[in-house]
Design a protein around this ligand. Structure first.
Ligand SMILES: [Zn+2]
Length: 276
């Protein structure tokens, strides 16, 4: 089966693709359109050219990766539809073995607790050492509550550079340093039977403008300059190595290919399956 073959579109928020022997599902939580005032470094001309409506479609996604022996959830979104989205794949929260966090902003950890209790009782929670160190010293209640509730389940790792061959996680998964959006922001490179996919977290928030202009940052990058450098490095790498990407704020189906373009880069979704 060619990479990215659709296995099933379970509903308008959930779609599953084949990546080698893994099944990767986008679990989408719809959001209202976004406001360009979150953008840093976009000229008036650029805004008019790339966001002519003065707005952009917004989505919050998590991804489920089903390997032959594990269910791995990457991020937990806002948590509004996460469990229902999993249920549409007949996966119960107790059947999640591993959760990988790209970072600890509220739209990525929202589904981890319900009424202060752990939602994924049988899962280990992985995050980069750098990300943990940032939040454990913060005063952010939501992040601290998650770290406290999952205390006995936390697994830390040192995120790697792109191109590194050693696995810092487990077979088929690597945590890649994509620092800047947060101090320990991590992308996950998945590999099965020669097929690869980079789930890149928040490497981009507004594809329509940050693909042609990767120097545009967002106000909630903790270090915009570092976030820009990470974005450019990753875009260059995935375009050269033909590695498809999945993103937490790319609109449905949120997975596709990146190509170098005349100006910056271009994203081509795996399917035109929006609004089905
Ligand atoms: Zn986010």
């Amino acid at each position: 089966m060619p990479i990215g073959t659709i296995i099933a579109q379970d509903n308008k928020d959930v779609i599953s693709f084949e990546i080698g022997d893994f099944r990767v599902s986008t679990l989408s939580e719809k959001m209202p359109n976004g406001n360009p005032n979150i953008l840093l470094g976009a000229s008036e001309n650029a805004l008019q050219k790339y966001l002519p409506d003065g707005t952009f479609p917004m989505s919050v996604n998590s991804f489920l990766v089903r390997t032959p022996d594990k269910n791995v959830l990457i991020d937990a979104g806002l948590g509004r539809n996460l469990v229902a989205n999993l249920q549409s794949l007949k996966v119960a929260p107790e059947q999640i073995h591993i959760i990988l966090l790209t970072h600890m902003h509220g739209d990525h950890i929202g589904g981890l607790l319900r009424d202060g209790k752990v939602v994924f009782a049988n899962a280990d929670l992985y995050l980069s050492q750098a990300e943990y160190e940032h939040w454990i010293k913060s005063e952010n209640k939501q992040a601290l509550n998650v770290l406290a509730a999952y205390k006995d389940k936390l697994k830390f790792f040192v995120a790697e550079e792109l191109g590194s061959k050693k696995s810092n996680l487990f077979t088929g998964f690597r945590g890649i340093a994509a620092y800047g959006h947060t101090p320990g922001h991590t992308a996950y490179l998945i590999e099965s039977a020669g097929s690869r996919l980079l789930i890149w977290g928040d490497v981009a928030h507004v594809m329509a403008i940050q693909m042609p202009l990767p120097n545009v940052a967002v106000t909630y990058d903790s270090n915009a300059e570092q976030a820009i450098a990470s974005r450019k490095k990753i875009l260059d790498y995935v375009a050269k190595n033909k590695i498809p990407v999945g993103g937490m704020h790319i609109i449905f189906p949120a997975i596709g290919d990146i190509k170098a373009a005349q100006k910056g880069y271009e994203f081509k979704p795996f399917c035109e399956c929006l609004g089905m």
